[in-house]
Design a protein around this ligand. Structure first.
Ligand code: NAP
Length: 355
């Protein structure tokens, strides 16, 4: 199963809203074939593995291992259960069941109905952790949501003046830019858009990352009363689409330099869950909410945050200003990036339901 998880990771950044899945075929305690889901629309891991083997292959004594339950429905590709049954594979080991309530357990049932021995719940926490964004989207039917902020040593994310306060150092900025390149969208409240004039792009120096990931996510501004400045000078500093969530107009156009500009009308009395579901329906699998204070506090109060990230400067005190949100006490990761302390907390997903 660990090998499956490593193989699955190869699909990262290419599978879109699909899960990361790896698969191995074992005979006499040896791995004799490997496969993984390499990209959206491409074969699933089990099919990738099996279609590489000769038609004459004898599967007696073989076990197919896969980190996610084989699918039993037609999507972009035929059901994986079909090919497993047709190859007469005697045993299948599944890391965790599919979280989609419409399909969960159905793949396993079909395999069992064809006399295949099925073992489920092998390293389920690791399997769910690897696909935590996919599980979250399926369970809550909304985008995966990361709340991120930078805070001073004494716990402020901004000052009361009209000037932008730079809190993070170079290393933390680099870390943030990699993070930005890994999400589908970056959202800020209108006051932050106006005061900080953030570019909301990814400027990555790491050459390893640059080749595959240096791209700009969709910029989203939360502006219920349409107070922001969306002139070409403000939008066209960066080349990436911009969506303005507002309470007044619905309109799609091109900016002077060709950026896609979408004004999306929010329903009256919208709530965060609804907003994130709307983003998910628009193919936004993950969204990074970067502030400011009001936006973060309202989002956290809604219970829709799946991951918290804080960069806390260890050497900057400002004595007052906009207070940082409370960070969960039981954060799982802590790391010093130059003079900034990075802390990460991922909201646990129970594996009990998926075994
Ligand atoms: N250190 C950091 O990481 C960081 C990051 C970003 C920003 N900041 C700082 O934060 C400050 C700005 O924060 P802020 O609190 O003034 O503004 P903000 O969160 O950027 O924007 C707040 C506005 O967005 C709209 N909004 C946000 N959440 C909403 C909700 N749930 N429902 C309805 N409307 C919502 C409202 O617009 P309407 O008033 O029109 O309804 C609200 O006034 C700046 O000083 C900036 O420098 C710091």
């Amino acid at each position: 199963m660990r090998k499956c998880l490593h193989l699955a990771e190869k699909g990262e950044h290419f599978v879109g809203l699909n899960p990361l899945v790896g698969s191995v075929l074992v005979k006499d305690g040896e791995i004799i074939a490997e496969g993984y889901h390499a990209g959206y629309g491409l074969p699933h891991a089990e099919r990738d593995l099996l279609q590489k083997l000769p038609d004459s292959m004898d599967y007696s004594g073989c076990t197919l291992v896969v980190n996610l339950e084989p699918c039993n429905h037609f999507g972009k590709t035929p059901p994986c259960t079909n090919i497993i049954i047709s190859k007469q594979i005697p045993q299948v080991v599944i890391g965790a069941l599919d979280p989609n309530p419409l399909v969960s357990g159905k793949g396993r049932e079909r395999l069992l109905a064809h006399g295949i021995k099925v073992v489920t719940g092998v390293l389920p926490e690791d399997c769910i952790q690897l696909n935590r964004q996919f599980y979250t989207r399926m369970i809550h039917q909304r985008s995966y949501c990361i709340a991120k902020w930078a805070a001073t040593t004494d716990g402020y994310i901004g000052n009361q003046s009209s000037q932008r306060l730079i809190i993070s150092g170079e290393e933390a900025q680099q870390h943030l830019h990699v993070l930005r390149s890994r999400v589908d969208a970056i959202l800020v409240g209108v006051n932050t858009w106006e005061k900080d004039k953030p570019r909301l792009d990814s400027r990555i120096l790491d050459s390893d990352v640059e080749s595959s990931e240096s791209w700009n996510s969709i910029r989203i501004i939360l502006d219920p009363n349409l107070r922001g400045n969306y002139s070409s000078e403000s939008i066209d500093r960066v080349f990436s689409p911009i969506w303005i969530l507002n309470g007044e107009i619905e309109e799609t156009k091109k900016s002077e330099r060709g950026n896609d500009v979408k004004f999306i009308k929010l329903p009256e009395n919208w709530i965060w869950k609804e907003l994130l579901s709307m983003l998910y329906q628009n193919n936004i699998g993950s969204v990074l909410v970067e502030g400011g204070s009001t936006t973060l506090k309202e989002l956290i109060a809604s219970g829709c945050v799946d991951e918290y990230i804080e960069y806390r400067n260890t050497a900057l005190r400002i004595g007052g200003g906009l207070e940082a949100p409370d960070f969960p006490n039981d954060w799982q990761q802590q790391q010093l990036l130059g003079r900034d302390l990075l802390r990460v907390y991922k909201v646990p997903i129970s594996s009990d339901l998926y075994q």
